[in-house]
Write a protein that binds this ligand. Structure first.
Ligand code: ADP
Ligand code: MG
Length: 433
């Protein structure tokens, strides 16, 4: 960890990506650590452009230093998580706003879930009333159903990955083990022991949708009981119980809840209830008004108006550069990346103005003259040394809404090269995976 030195380095200090750097790429002011997982650390941050609070999930850049071992997710894993998040837009799924990258780190800018982990509620209170458990379970099922409809399977549903937003509503997070798939059989062994479905353990292939449903059942049990349905000091014994679907409900569970849990925690995936069945189940529907309120919740993804007001106009976009790269293997974008010597071209998921503002900022901080030409917002921006030499010329080409290609023509000499690598590259590149 960096030392807590009182001298706060300037924003976007060259090459310095440690957390003592207060402002990330001139835009996100980093705050405290929110949590850490196996692959990443998550920080609170403020978007200086929009004033919004966000969460930033920072991975060590797997391309930095080639250490792909302990604690660092590989390029493929980070790309997969990004591609999954970019597909999802649902009020109960943590949303990805942007990907930023530098040589040392890859940062996901995410919805901030200010309420912390759902787990903490279970932890402090022991358990919750069936009504409250139903409230969260409905939101969870709504999110999971939506993900499945988009071909996304989470595969690691557990209370630590279920967060709460400022209104106390659920946000499903951490698609680090997620899969984008058809409904074919999966073989990857994944999940967290106590939440893992029996068919994963048997290694015979499994349907990822059924596995997510099982985990939702374990979560529901934990919320309402305050403890795990399958537990044992010995992992082997715990797995035995999971295989057999052997669990006991606490005496206070209602008959309807017991029935639903038996249907979800059915060790046979073929007879296990699916999300349609859950939606029809009396416990799930209990207390639902006749006015379609529950149906509305289940359609969380159609609430576009809700997203639009939340999302500032110039950041609004349907696709990031990442999507284009991840989902357009057929379209030939290579020409955009093949530039002449001394020229760099970078795909960014941002509008021109945001990129150019950072470029100008970087130039000024280094004491260069900065001149923007052209009527439009695309530049070019010239960064010039006092002696008159051009250090860099930066132009942004618009590809689609908030998807641009940044072209940097570097000046001659070591000074221009250093400015590129220390200042411009971090300012320009929102992704480096
Ligand atoms: P990993 O993939 O390494 O497990 P997670 O995405 O699960 O990382 O994040 C680790 C922890 O950081 C979470 O358990 C949670 O406490 C916190 N966290 C993650 N995303 C957010 C967010 N969007 N808002 C608030 N806290 C978050
Ligand atoms: Mg996690």
């Amino acid at each position: 960890m960096p030392s807590a030195s009182s001298a706060v380095p300037p924003a976007a200090a060259p090459g310095d990506e440690s957390q003592s750097q207060k402002v990330l790429l001139g835009r996100y002011e980093l705050g405290g650590l929110l949590g850490r997982g196996a692959s990443a650390k998550v920080y609170r941050a403020r978007d200086l452009l929009t004033g919004r609070d966000v969460a930033i999930k920072s991975f060590p850049n797997p391309r930095a230093g080639g250490r792909d071992g302990e604690g660092s997710a590989g390029t493929a894993a980070i790309e997969r998580e990004a591609a999954i998040l970019a597909r999802l837009r649902h009020r109960h799924v943590v949303r990805l706003h942007e990907i930023l990258g530098t040589r040392k780190k890859v940062h996901f800018v995410l919805d901030l879930a200010t309420g912390g982990e759902l787990f903490s509620l279970v932890d402090s209170d022991g358990c919750m009333t069936e009504d409250l458990a139903r409230y969260y379970f409905r939101q969870l099922v709504s999110a999971v159903r939506y993900c499945h409809s988009r071909g996304v399977y989470h595969r690691d549903i557990k209370p630590e990955n279920l967060l709460l937003d400022g209104d106390g509503d659920l946000k499903v997070a951490d698609f680090g083990l997620g899969a984008v798939a058809d409904e074919s059989l999966h073989h990857t062994l994944c999940g967290t022991p106590a939440y893992v479905a029996p068919e994963i353990l048997s290694k015979q292939g499994y349907h990822p949708a059924k596995v997510d449903i099982w985990s939702c059942g374990v979560v529901l049990f934990v919320l309402a009981a305050g403890y795990l349905p399958f537990n044992d000091a010995s992992l082997i014994n715990m797995y035995r119980k999971i295989y057999a679907g052997r669990f006991r409900c606490p005496y206070w569970f209602s008959p309807a809840l017991r029935h639903l849990l038996r249907r979800i925690l059915d060790p046979n995936p073929a007879t296990r209830i699916d999300t349609d069945g859950i939606l029809e189940h009396p416990w799930f529907r209990h207390g639902a008004s006749g006015d379609g309120e529950l149906e509305k919740l289940m359609r969380g993804h159609e609430e576009e108006a809700w997203f639009k007001t939340e999302f500032k106009e110039d950041m609004a976009r349907d696709m990031t550069a990442f999507d284009i790269l991840a989902f357009s293997p057929g379209s030939d974008l290579s020409g955009l990346f093949v530039a002449g010597p001394g020229t760099e071209r970078v795909f960014v998921g941002e509008p021109a103005a945001a990129v150019l503002a950072r470029v100008e900022d970087a130039g000024k901080k280094q004491g260069y003259g900065v001149r923007r030409e052209g009527k439009g917002r695309a530049g070019p921006v010239y960064v010039e040394a006092e002696a008159g030499g051009i250090v860099a010329k930066v132009t942004v080409f618009r590809i689609a809404d908030a998807v641009s290609v940044v072209e940097v023509v570097k000046g001659h000499g070591a000074e221009a090269a250093a400015f590129w690598s220390d200042w411009l590259e971090p300012a320009v590149k929102p992704q480096a995976v």
